[in-house]
Design a protein around this ligand. Structure first.
Ligand SMILES: Nc1ncnc2c1ncn2[C@@H]1O[C@H](COP(=O)(O)OP(=O)(O)OP(=O)(O)O)[C@@H](O)[C@H]1O
Length: 993
């Protein structure tokens, strides 16, 4: 009988090893392979094979995975192959959801009330905090919760009542156990199961009542490396009727150690199921050879890992980039400029959808979000909220809003009980309603309540509530009073205001108590927020007020308060982002945490903030896991991989950052700047992505004039640039840009002329709303295209005539704008000491409110940051004035001629286990120019004998360092499971039954 159509289709998309895994008759199959080798593809194909060819009933197959997203994607893939909605009958989901299904169906057999509820993270935290308080335990509640969760994950129950504590246990452990016991009995009384309980109770159910899973024919597990102890037990119990298990995983991608994932589960599997068929997938379908090589040099620094071969099916491709930038803000601007360049030079063969920016922690996203928002690039966040939408930031912003506008009822209502003050939702709702009905503000209504007045109808009856509301008001009024003092000549810094809020609200403690799992991350976000405020003050200091130009006869109100400017900038920036999002089908760049990017792939991947402290993370306990995280990030890239590291970090302290310790040893193998996107490079990218590249002509024709075609907006070596500034006696605060720019020909004026010291050019024009993104973040540094720069210069020239009647000057300015140019917008900036590019610069208007006053009130750390960073300048490469891109084609760079022998020596990567390719097989034109240039050395030689990566054939001579040597007389069956893991996986060339 011929196999059904679905199976036929499946086999067409599988290679030999994948096909062998899919058709395997072994009960237990372990597919362990590297990234991009098609593990998930193989697993879903096996499900289809089992149902379609072997005739298993879909409801007799359990497929468990690790995340909801992965489960959804698998259902889709299987559904497409199986059709007729059969995938819906498969028991497919995360371990927790599958366990819940069983408990809901059979839980009564183990005494579970059928109507059990699930205690989510917030519930668990609350219960444990209350227990600690009630029993006056000295243990930290979040820590107790983590301890309990770990115990449950390992399958350890609390000590039963009455059992004597072992004398060896310290008070601390005893308290933890008491807390565990109390917590558990509380859950039982409330008929609640927490996430860990779902797994533990399901283990209990299936152990006591195996009949519940007597129908199960096969169990398949994705991302097996991330399973923990209980999940392993559960997998075995699911499969207890027939012991048919298929797992896929990659120990190099185990990144959930903090969730008690156990890499030892691989060893357990081989121990418990000795007949397991092991299949290794050795072809990587995702990434270019260069990307794969570089990723392997990172992961191979872990000498304890077990080795496996991974062979790219793609050509060498473009050498990955490791870019050094001066600050995080510049790093973000560089990312945006590279995104633009890549899309433009590909003739839009690639779109924003093809790009991911992967971050070690979500708090790093702030600069990136700003740079993207400013450039009008739509983006979406995966694995985290957008910066301004994060709870801790929203709360702080709401407090600041109320300080600024006490009559902002909504904001006040949101913060009344945050942190918890015991003011109930009902009370808040009633007060808001009353305020609205009586057309008064909530603030003044509260004031009446708390200041003894009896006018309010809604009574805050409880004394406690009244006192709490009074405290809140006192806090807000106190800050408000200080703000008001500005007008009386007492400056009150924005930073000081936020610091006061944080102290009075005990904000860090609030985060610890409320968000046990990720309070550190949230506190990091708060610090980022402080950094944002410091940057804002610095920008105000640098470029002054962003008010409108004076118009004769029209009086302007001047904002003297920093706070509303700060708030409005944020509000408008976030609005722009929302607008972008609502545009359906708009291509968007993805910003994601590395954790959330697991299993996904993109043509272009950026990994910013590659410094020690970020990755490996300062608080990480397991360095190897951090390395695996970097490996996961790098292996998400298909065609272009960019890593970057700022000299100075982004946490508001201006401290110098060291390149990630995982990258230091291999730094020299990366390209120092983005590739030259010439035809060979782009053709290779197109080949990897299996897309067709537009013709050269159409690419160049569609390029806007004065486009940036090389990655040369920022110096290759910022440290050297700083040294040059110092040598030239320049101020380091000004950063490298002074010296860097000074060397370049000026856009206007005689060539070689030394830039005279002129008054900094300042904006002297109105903005339009054509480009709201630029408008809203006009005071922030960023990428500026040469075209925009010209527009700015035209405006500057126009404003030089400002002495003429104002109306005439405005008209001149407008007339001078080229027809294809939009309004200049507010994103071209100047800095003190910077020379104007206009030959006759206008005198800058003195800002109504100088932010210097704020500068002196910065806390020392932030003040250091504010002054240490270079005030960003218009990022315009003056030499671009010579470009004539619209008229002529870009010249292809002349490549150094390569010797024949050179080809021979570089043809194959040392990690490849493939036989030597015949000469001429590799298309030289497909090799990226960057890999040939002198400064880019060939990929690193392996630090160990190549044999360690060549374990794919059985005839490898033993003793060469690569083969697995079995001790004499030791049969295969008696190899310790751990050793089996360390040895290479069974080769494809081996004859297998
Ligand atoms: N036999 C094949 N032929 C062509 N493309 C394939 C083949 N197998 C897998 N692919 C493609 O390779 C890419 C990676 O596949 P998949 O996501 O299944 O890999 P993976 O091993 O699960 O990766 P990771 O572990 O990094 O998540 C996908 O784009 C997939 O379509």
């Amino acid at each position: 009988m011929s196999p059904p159509a679905a199976t036929n289709d499946i086999f067409k998309s599988l290679n030999e090893a994948q096909s062998r895994a899919v058709r395997s008759n072994a009960d237990t199959v372990a597919i362990l392979a590297g990234p991009g080798s098609g593990k998930t593809h193989t697993l879903t194909s096996r499900v289809v094979y089992l149902v379609d060819t072997l005739g298993y009933q879909p409801q007799d197959v359990i497929v468990a995975t690790f995340t909801v997203k992965a489960a959804r994607e698998m259902t889709e893939r299987i559904g497409k192959a199986l059709g007729q909605g059969r995938e819906k009958k498969i028991i497919l989901g995360t371990f927790h959801s599958v366990a819940r299904r069983y408990l809901a169906a059979y839980g009564q057999r183990i005494g579970l009330n059928q109507k059990f509820g699930i205690a989510d993270d917030g519930d668990s935290r609350g219960i444990i905090s209350r227990i600690c308080k009630r029993l006056q335990l000295t243990v930290d509640p979040p820590m107790a919760r983590a301890w309990i969760s770990k115990k449950k994950a390992k399958g350890t129950e609390p000590e039963p009542n009455g059992k004597k504590q072992a004398p060896a246990k310290g008070v601390h452990v005893q308290e933890l156990e008491t807390c565990y016991k109390e917590y558990q009995s509380h859950l039982e009384r409330s008929n609640l199961l927490d996430y860990d309980d779902l797994l533990v109770r399901c283990v209990e159910l299936l152990t006591k009542h195996p009949s519940c899973v007597s129908n199960v024919q096969a169990v398949l597990i994705d991302e097996y490396q991330d399973t923990n102890g209980v999940q392993y037990e559960l997998m075995k119990l699911f499969a207890q009727a027939r012991h048919r298990i298929t797992i896929v995983g990659d120990p190099d991608q185990s990144i959930y150690g903090w969730r008690s994932a156990e890499i030892r589960n691989l060893w357990r599997l081989l121990r418990d199921f000795p007949g397991t068929e092991e299949v290794s997938l050795e072809e990587n379908y995702r990434s270019s050879q260069s990307i794969l090589d570089m990723s392997l040099t990172v992961i191979q620094q872990d000498t304890k890992r077990y080795k496996k071969a991974l062979r790219p099916i793609h050509n060498k491709g473009t050498r990955p980039v490791l870019r050094r930038l001066k600050t995080s803000a510049m790093e973000a601007d560089w990312v945006v400029s590279e995104i633009r360049r890549a899309i433009m030079m590909s003739g839009e063969m690639m779109t924003h959808n093809d790009i991911a920016i992967l971050l070690r922690s979500a708090s790093l996203s702030r600069h990136i979000e700003h740079a993207l928002g400013k450039a009008g690039v739509a983006y979406k966040m995966v694995g985290g909220f957008k910066f301004y939408e994060r709870m801790e930031i929203k709360v702080l912003l709401d407090y600041l809003r109320v300080v600024h506008q006490p009559e902002n009822n909504d904001a006040l209502a949101r913060i009344m009980n945050v942190p918890k003050r015991g003011i109930g939702d009902v009370t808040i709702k009633a007060l808001v309603e009353e305020a609205e009905k009586s057309s008064t503000s909530l603030f003044s209504l509260l004031d009446k309540h708390c200041c003894g007045g009896r006018q309010a109808k809604t009574r805050i009856t409880k004394q406690a509530e009244q006192k709490i509301s009074a405290d809140l008001l006192r806090l807000l009024k106190g800050i408000r009073k200080r703000v008001d003092e500005i007008s009386q000549g007492t400056p009150f810094g924005l930073i000081e205001m936020i610091e006061q809020l944080l102290t009075q609200l005990k904000f860090q403690k609030f985060l610890q108590d409320t968000y046990a799992d990720d309070h550190e991350q949230r506190w990091a976000n708060v610090q980022e927020f402080m950094g944002l405020a410091a940057d804002f003050i610095r920008d105000l200091d640098r470029i002054g007020d962003d008010g409108l130009p004076e118009i004769e006869g029209l009086q302007q109100s001047k904002e003297v308060d920093v706070l509303p400017k700060f708030l409005s900038q944020i509000a408008l920036a976030s609005d722009t982002l929302k607008d972008d999002e609502t545009q359906q089908n708009k291509a968007m760049v993805t910003i994601s945490t590395i954790h959330a990017a697991k299993g996904l792939e993109w043509p272009i991947v950026f990994v910013p903030a590659a410094y020690t402290g970020s990755i490996p993370h300062a608080r990480a306990e397991d360095n190897d896991e951090e390395r695996r995280l970097l490996y996961v990030a790098m292996t998400r890239a298909q065609a272009l991989l960019y890593l970057s590291c700022p000299l100075y970090g982004s946490h508001g302290n201006g401290e110098k950052q060291e390149l990630s310790s995982f990258l230091t040893p291999i730094e020299r193998y990366f390209a120092k700047k983005g590739p030259c996107f010439d035809r060979p490079v782009m053709s290779e990218v197109a080949r990897i992505l299996q897309r067709s590249l537009p013709s050269e002509d159409s690419i160049y024709k569609s390029m806007p004039p004065m486009s940036v075609v090389e990655d040369d907006l920022f110096p290759e070596d910022p440290e050297q640039a700083i040294r040059e500034v110092r040598k030239a006696g320049g101020a380091v605060e000004g950063g490298y840009q002074e010296s860097y720019r000074a060397k370049r020909p000026r856009l206007y004026g005689p060539a070689g002329e030394t830039a005279p010291q002129e008054e900094p050019w300042r904006k002297d024009y109105a903005t339009t709303m054509e480009q709201t993104s630029s408008f809203t973040v006009s005071t922030l540094p960023g990428f500026v295209s040469a075209g925009t720069a010209q527009a700015a210069l035209a405006a500057a020239a126009a404003s030089a005539k400002a002495k003429q009647p104002a109306q005439n000057a405005m008209k001149t300015s407008a007339n001078k704008r080229p027809p294809d140019q939009r309004s200049i917008m507010g994103f071209v900036k100047s800095a003190p000491g910077q020379t104007s590019t206009s030959s006759n610069p206008p005198t800058a208007p003195v800002p109504a409110h100088s932010a210097m006053s704020n500068m002196q009130y910065l806390p020392p750390k932030l003040a250091a940051r504010a002054t240490a960073y270079a005030p960003p300048r218009p990022a315009i490469e003056p030499s671009l004035s010579k470009h004539r891109l619209a008229a002529t084609k870009m010249a292809r760079p002349v490549l150094p001629k390569r010797e024949e022998a050179d080809f021979a020596s570089k043809q194959y990567n040392c990690f490849s286990s493939s036989p030597t390719k015949p000469p001429g097989d590799e298309n030289p034109s497909a090799i990226a120019q960057s890999t040939l240039s002198e400064e880019n050395e060939p990929p690193p030689e392996p630090t160990r004998p190549a044999g360690s990566f060549h374990n794919t054939t059985c005839n490898m001579p033993k003793g060469l360092g690569g083969g697995f040597r079995r001790p004499a007389g030791l049969g295969r069956e008696s190899i310790a499971p751990m050793d089996r893991l360390r040895k290479p996986f069974k080769p494809l060339t081996m004859n297998r039954p």
